[in-house]
Design a binder for this molecule. Structure first.
Ligand SMILES: O=C(O)c1ccccc1NCC(=O)[C@H](O)[C@H](O)COP(=O)(O)O
Length: 219
């Protein structure tokens, strides 16, 4: 992953088009029924077709059974999986092997000890997504909460696999996040929305531009 921008939680052709036109490298489709960004298999199939060849397609799953993964693969033909549940390293490795796609494992970060989990996934996942921990309590979503964590925790981090920075990023703070952490990949969902699940094409474009400018400044 190098100078990569991912727009996550896309659920309409119009906002997917905004992400693709802005030059997003990866686009994410959420398969989690409680999410305002959830796409059913028919909608996911169409969106995935629209993105094919223009960006890599990532399907987000949460502690999914093999049958659900197989359904998502058949309909969306994803290029990668992003796993947002309590998947162990063994489960991540098993999904990668069984479905023949690279896996991004999301890890929640609130304080330094949370980064100890990074090592456990070194040989199981292909990439990590370092995200804010979800809020506690019934009904909280495992991701897409628009919360950030203390980016200083990542300064000097050198995991054995590439990582993507996520959690509470938006067009106004992504440049500072890239500058501070040195991250080579960023991911956003809530920060380019007007309300949960409703993406804003203008914010998507502004986010991609701001991230690209920050990457360029660094080289
Ligand atoms: O977006 C959701 O609703 C969601 C539901 C279940 C699991 C993961 C989910 N989203 C993950 C993401 O979209 C992002 O990759 C990440 O959590 C950052 O989100 P945000 O802070 O909103 O930018």
């Amino acid at each position: 992953m190098d100078n990569l921008v991912k727009i996550c939680g896309l659920s309409t052709p119009e906002t997917l088009d905004a992400a693709l036109s802005a030059g997003a490298d990866w686009v994410g489709f959420v398969r989690f029924a409680r999410s305002p960004r959830h796409v059913d298999l028919d909608v996911g199939r169409e969106l995935s077709r629209q993105a094919r060849g223009r960006a890599l397609r990532v399907v987000l799953l949460v502690d999914a059974e093999d049958t659900d993964i197989a359904d998502a693969v058949e309909a969306l033909q994803p290029d990668l999986f992003q796993l947002h549940g309590h998947e162990t390293p063994e489960r991540v490795a098993a999904i990668r092997k069984a479905f023949g796609r690279p896996v991004v494992k999301a890890l929640g970060v609130a304080e330094a000890p949370d980064l100890a989990a990074v090592e456990a996934y070194e040989h199981a996942a292909d990439h990590l997504l370092l995200d804010a921990k979800p809020p506690r309590g019934a009904g909280a979503l495992p991701g897409g909460n628009g919360l950030s964590f203390d980016w200083r925790l990542l300064v000097g981090l050198d995991p054995g696999l590439s990582f993507m920075l996520s959690g509470g990023l938006n067009p106004d703070n992504v440049a500072e996040a890239i500058r501070l952490t040195g991250s080579r990949a960023v991911d956003v969902s809530s920060g380019v929305e007007v309300r949960p699940g409703i993406k804003d094409p203008g914010k998507i474009e502004a986010f991609v531009k701001a991230a690209r400018a920050a990457y360029a400044d660094r080289t």
